[in-house]
Ligand binder design. Structure first.
Ligand code: ADP
Length: 363
């Protein structure tokens, strides 16, 4: 009975044509993971990452075709990004990165897991880099949980000249872009894989960044579609990994490192955040966590250690109030640390864009 229904589903999907090929999606071999349980049908349609949300009508058509079958109670069709089902090297379609061509250096700020202070570090570093006189942009690539609007205190929507190109919002001398500027706060966002890529491409490519010396991309935590899309579509000069001192976080940071190594994006270095505690009353320093873990990991991995940022009340307050510490307290010790790290980034050997045209290997 189950198999009979599955056969009917396949037959129905044979009537659904792919808009680009005029062939049906079963013939093209892009239907996968077909499951049938008590009349509830689930399957996936594999599309290329570039197609993104353009294939949404195809998904809907496939769902409607299956729903029309007698005995089918519900249908869930999802779009999944193109997959390779072997271990061979696959050269990314975007071998020649096309986005952010007007930016001198694009640097990704990444972390193995959330909550380690990656966004706080990204924002303060962008501001520190701007203080050296460079033209700086920051792009919030965390489309699931954008934090740039809050951290930079931006509540307005970006302007658009013709409804297509959008202007980044300039704050504290840095050009900013985030999906959070466009969607209301507290609106849960559900993104399918290909939609994530479409949204990222728009944020990167449809934004009038102008000429920039440096762009900081605040990555979502972990390793996923966003990291792959960005390393495919942008010539990253390198990635910086932010980690807290706890061993567990470091294990996660290692995963982050391996992922960038795989896509041949060089690691500029590791930053240890919440490294030690500065008492807001007496200013004393205490090493509440095992200190120095990130530095040891950096040495072990053969990458640079860029610095330790303390766990400090003012840093937290700055990100929550929308005035990061580098702007609110320019003469503090922590601001000096961010500035030192910014200098190290600028001095780092990584400078040529062309050297790193990523080729992605998927296992
Ligand atoms: P992530 O981007 O890794 O998820 P966030 O930058 O959002 O992390 O930081 C998580 C929380 O920790 C925020 O409330 C932020 O203000 C706070 N925070 C980050 N770094 C520090 C720090 N060095 N000292 C104090 N609070 C910090």
């Amino acid at each position: 009975m189950q198999d009979e229904l599955k056969n009917k589903v396949i037959k129905a999907l044979e009537n659904v044509l792919h808009p680009d090929h005029e062939k049906n999606i079963v013939f093209l071999g892009i239907v996968s993971g077909l499951e049938s349980q008590n009349g509830n049908i689930r399957f996936a349609i594999e599309v290329t990452t570039e197609d993104g949300s353009r294939m949404e009508p195809l998904r809907k058509a496939a769902e409607a075709a299956v729903l029309a079958i007698e005995g089918v109670k519900s249908v869930t069709a999802i779009l999944t990004a193109e997959k390779t089902n072997n271990k061979h090297q696959r050269h990314a379609s975007a071998k020649k990165p096309k986005l952010l061509e007007n930016v001198g250096k694009v640097i990704a700020i990444a972390s193995g897991k959330g909550g380690v202070g990656k966004s706080t570090t990204a924002v303060n570093l962008a501001l520190a880099l701007a203080q050296t006189g460079l033209k700086v942009g920051i792009m919030d690539a965390d489309i699931y949980g954008p934090s740039l609007p809050m951290m930079m205190g931006i509540n307005e929507k970006p302007d658009s000249a013709n409804g297509k190109r959008i202007f980044p919002i300039e704050k504290f001398g840095v050009k900013c872009m985030s999906i959070g500027f466009m969607v209301p706060k507290d609106t849960p966002m559900i993104w399918r894989g290909p939609m994530v890529m479409g949204a990222l491409e728009q944020l990167l490519g449809d934004t009038e960044w102008g000429k920039l010396d440096i762009m900081i991309i605040d990555m979502p935590p972990g390793t996923g579609d966003t990291q792959l899309t960005i390393s495919q579509r942008v010539a990253l000069a390198g990635a910086i990994i932010v980690s807290t001192p706890q061993d567990l976080a470091l294990l996660d940071a290692l995963k982050g490192l391996n992922m960038f190594n795989k896509v041949e994006v060089p690691i500029i270095g590791i930053i240890e955040n919440m490294s030690y505690f500065i008492c807001p009353k007496c200013g004393n320093r205490s090493n509440i966590f095992t200190h120095g873990g990130a530095e040891r990991t950096a040495n072990k991995m053969g990458v640079d250690f860029l610095g330790s940022i303390p766990l400090e009340m003012e840093i937290r307050e700055g990100s929550d109030k929308g005035v990061p510490i580098v702007v609110s307290t320019p003469h503090s010790q922590s601001t000096a640390t961010y500035l030192d790290i910014a200098k190290l980034i600028l001095e780092s050997k990584i400078s040529t864009r062309e050297r790193y045209t990523p080729s992605i290997s998927i296992e």
